[in-house]
Each structure stands twice: as C-alpha cells, then as structure tokens.
Design a binder for this molecule. Structure first.
Ligand code: C5P
Length: 219
C-alpha cells in the first residue's frame, strides 16, 4: 500500500469548505477531516473562557481528549472520545470560542499532532485554516477557497436555517468578519493560502463549478 493521499482545503468561515471536502472525498472514496470541528469540540468541551486558563490546566484538559475517524465522503464521522461530534458545536458562538482557543499554541500543537496522526493512517481531504501551510505542508494538492463576507454570511444563514437554527443575517455578517480578522491576524498559524495552493474565489461560482475545479486539479 502506498502512503496516504492528502488533499487540503483551507479558507475563511462560511466559504463552503466542508461541502466541497465531503464531495471531493466521496469522489476519491476517502474520508474528509473537518478540523474546524476539532477546534469547536475542544472549545465546547472545555467551555466558555477556557482561553484564559493557564497552559498547565489546558494541557491537563487536552490530555483526556482523543479523536477518531471512520467512514468515507459525506458519511465520514469524526468522534471525540468514541462519541460522534454532534450539531451542538455548530453555532457562531461556539465558532468564536473555537477561534479564541485557536490562538493558543498549546491547543494548536495538540490538534496538529492529532490531525497528522489521522493523516498517517488515512488518505484525507482535510479542511480548515492551516492544513496546507502548517499541518500537511507536503500535501500534493492544496486549495484555498475564498468569497466575500456578504456571500459567506448568506451561505451560513441558509445552512443554519436548514439545521433549524435560524439566525440574524446582520449579526452573522458581523460575527464572521470578526472571526475572520482574528483568524487572519493571529501570530500562530494564521489563515492564509500556502504558497503552492490553488486559490479559488467562489463568490460567483456555484457548488458544482467549485467541485469541477477541484476535481480537475486533483485528476
Ligand atoms: O471551520 P470552522 O468555522 O468550523 O472553524 C472554527 C474555528 O476554528 C475557526 O474560526 C478557526 O479559528 C479555528 N480553526 C483553526 N484551524 C483550523 C480549523 C479551524 O484555527 N485548521
């Protein structure tokens, strides 16, 4: 068996990375890894304000967390301590908590190791903020998806509505812009395209067009 194939998809909040990662992973018959869900589940598990804890307390709490992955494409299931991660992490509030803990090197190092360990076991479409730059710098296929804040707020609004969690569009736009700024400007693993990533502005593209661009590049 050859070494696992890693495809990375990075980009800001609400750009459609998860949808694309699921669909591309299905085409390739491999799992997709939602690393945002890893940051969100740590934030959710540790609770509000954990970003103010001492490094020692954070290390102790992180020590008890183990991630596992099963399934393929949209049926990939990421579990924390044996339990599938659920929709409770999918709010903008938990997204902001995740962004807060994501500024801490102790959390980033812990999750980087967990992500790389999964990448040694499985071929993956890995999506997040620093997949191509920091976690899988040697990946043969790297993408960076982008879109205007307005477009991303609209997409997130519809996604939350479908999940039965209606949100206020103006508030969403503000939250996404704030989270973007924090993710792009943090000193450790800031959100940015890898030098060798293919950058795709999806503002004017539908999902099938984006998928076609990814597919063509991977083929
Ligand atoms: O992608 P998602 O919106 O679920 O990510 C939640 C937060 O987790 C992001 O705003 C970002 O701060 C953090 N994150 C990160 N690195 C990743 C994935 C997510 O810093 N690879």
């Amino acid at each position: 068996m050859g070494s696992p194939l890693i495809v990375t998809i990075d980009g800001p909040a609400g750009v459609g990375k998860s949808t694309m990662a699921k669909r591309l992973a299905r085409l390739l018959s491999i799992p997709y890894l939602d690393t945002g869900a890893m940051f969100r589940s740590v934030a959710w598990k540790l609770g509000k304000g954990a970003w103010n804890w001492s490094e020692e307390d954070l290390e102790k709490a992180l020590d008890g967390l183990a991630y596992s992955l099963s399934g393929v494409g949209e049926d990939s299931v990421l579990s924390l301590n044996g339990k599938p991660i659920g929709n409770e992490i999918r709010t903008e509030e938990v997204g902001m908590w995740a962004s807060n803990i994501a500024t801490l090197p102790v959390v980033r190092n812990f999750l980087k190791k967990a992500q790389q360990a999964l990448g040694e076991r499985f071929s993956l479409v890995a999506e997040g903020r620093d997949m191509g730059t920091v976690v899988f710098p040697g990946a043969p296929h790297k993408f960076f998806l982008d879109a205007s804040v307005e477009e991303r707020a609209q997409r997130r609004f519809l996604q939350l509505e479908r999940m039965g969690k209606p949100a206020d569009l103006d508030e969403l736009r503000e939250q996404i812009a704030k989270r973007d700024a924090q993710d792009r400007n943090r000193p450790v693993a800031p959100l940015k395209p890898a030098d060798d990533a293919i950058v795709i502005d999806t503002t004017e593209l539908d999902r099938d067009q984006v998928l076609a661009a990814l597919k063509e590049a991977v083929a």
